[in-house]
Ligand binder design. Structure first.
Ligand code: SF4
Length: 192
């Protein structure tokens, strides 16, 4: 297990809380919504950690962190950049949810050529008006295939599920913050 550094002190000699960052790549944001489903337990969590880049803080650039939680598959050049940035800055990187773990729903396009997908979405699809495939240079370049995050960077932990439940995320964070081995009861890891 990757070690958490939990005894860092700041200039005032106070113990610093572990920092957590989260990001969504190609995803539906459902894993983040599940995270928010820990409800009032988030008040306990903010006693234990500081949030870095995350929709919770709206910080745009990830800084040095203890734990990075990544939702979503890798579908475009920007996803690759964000993922590599998280790997550089996070001691522990976690793939959260089916899209991050194995490509999930976004990877359903992998059975088709990218050109076919774009034509279906922007030219041949029902109800399309002014058919043209967008090519603005500000739009991140799509990859030919959607990749799970471990095909791009080293991942330390995988939390399956679509999405992983709030209790799964809560259990994982508590155990890892306590420096314990990650163990889930069967009720949190069965999908039948
Ligand atoms: Fe959404 Fe499910 Fe993918 Fe999470 S794993 S981003 S809930 S589709």
């Amino acid at each position: 297990m990757t070690e958490m550094t939990d005894n860092t002190v700041n200039d005032s000699g106070e113990k610093q809380k572990p920092r957590i960052a989260t990001a969504a790549l190609c995803s539906c944001f459902g894993c983040h919504m599940s995270f928010l489903d820990i409800d009032e337990r988030i008040l306990q969590l903010v006693e234990l950690v500081e949030f870095d880049r995350s929709p919770i803080t709206d910080i745009k650039q990830v800084g040095p962190c203890d734990i990075g939680l990544i939702e979503g598959g890798v579908a475009n050049a920007e996803n690759v950049e964000v993922l590599r940035d998280f790997r550089r800055h996070c001691k522990i990187l976690v793939a959260v949810g089916a899209c991050a773990v194995n490509g999930g729903v976004p990877a359903m396009r992998n059975q088709f050529e990218l050109k076919e997908c774009l034509e279906e979405a922007y030219i041949n699809g029902i109800g399309v008006e002014n058919p043209q495939i967008p090519d603005d240079p500000e739009i991140p370049l799509l990859l030919d295939k959607v990749h799970p995050v471990h095909e791009v960077v080293k991942i330390d932990y995988f939390l399956p599920g679509c999405p992983p439940s709030a209790d799964t995320l809560w259990t994982f964070l508590n155990e890892i913050l306590a420096g314990e081995e990650i163990t889930f009861p069967y009720s949190l890891i069965h999908y039948d």
